[in-house]
Design a protein around this ligand. Structure first.
Ligand SMILES: C[S@@+](CC[C@H](N)C(=O)[O-])C[C@H]1O[C@@H](n2cnc3c(N)ncnc32)[C@H](O)[C@@H]1O
Length: 228
């Protein structure tokens, strides 16, 4: 069964324009489109199409074909989340990055700082492609290794004035297979993320200041008229 906090944003998704970055094998994106009928999903991949096909040979071809057939935009490749604002204007209601990871490991030198940079720069850049009221969804596994990156996520959101919102998200939709960054490129791996249930989604909203000002104006007029 799909949990309510997962379904709720999905129903809303039908009408929305959504960007997915770091889309793995495309299964989460396919699941979202399949569940909601949303056609305005732009699925992007850091890798080339050829690399996505090689890393996830069991699913990528069919997922990419599904997304091309059902979405207004075909999947896009070589898209770096930290440069999102260089490819897109401020036109999205929602942008999400599930299980951001560089494919390097905790014992590799500079691993922590490289991931902190990925998260920080992605939030800063992706905040610039949101419409007023738009949301960023970042899902991270909840082990201490991943938790050590959380502060950069929060720091970046705070810097650009995004505010935390309820944790409704698109994670764990039926059909979504959480993938490792290296997929089949890692020897003896089936490319699936172990224990992918253990994850937290952070949602940040681009608060619509213009709407707030408008609301205050309407409220003022209302109270003036009421008092008269
Ligand atoms: C652990 S995998 C998760 C894949 C997928 N989101 C999922 O949940 O199955 C991490 C993903 O982040 C992508 N990635 C790494 N650096 C990136 C960057 N700078 N911009 C966009 N995606 C990136 C990788 O290509 C990979 O697809």
């Amino acid at each position: 069964m799909v949990a309510k906090h997962v379904l709720s944003p999905c129903w809303k998704a039908v009408e929305k324009k959504i960007l997915s970055v770091g889309s793995g094998d495309g299964s989460q994106q396919r699941a979202l489109v399949n569940l909601t009928g949303c056609k305005n999903l732009v699925s992007t991949f850091f890798d080339s199409r050829k690399d996505v096909m090689r890393k996830y040979p069991d699913a990528a071809e069919s997922n990419l074909a599904y997304l091309s057939a059902h979405c207004r935009s075909a999947p896009l490749f070589h898209i770096d989340a930290t440069k999102s604002h260089e490819y897109f204007g401020p036109s999205f209601d929602c942008a999400f990055f599930t299980n951001p990871h560089l494919g390097i490991f905790c014992w590799d030198p500079g691993c922590k700082s490289a991931h902190e940079e990925l998260l920080y720069d992605s939030v800063i850049s992706m905040s610039r492609i949101l419409k007023p009221g738009g949301e960023l969804h970042f899902t991270l596994k909840s082990t201490s290794f991943y938790k050590s990156w959380h502060s950069s996520l929060l720091e970046a959101a705070n810097k650009v004035g995004l505010v935390p919102a309820p944790p409704e998200h698109f994670y764990r939709l039926p059909g979504h297979i959480s993938r490792t960054t290296l997929g089949r490129d890692k020897p003896k791996s089936n490319g699936r993320i172990p224990n992918s249930d253990n994850a937290t989604t952070f949602v940040f909203q681009n608060v619509d200041e213009a709407a707030d000002v408008l609301d205050e104006k309407i409220a003022d007029e209302f109270w003036t008229a009421y008092a008269a």
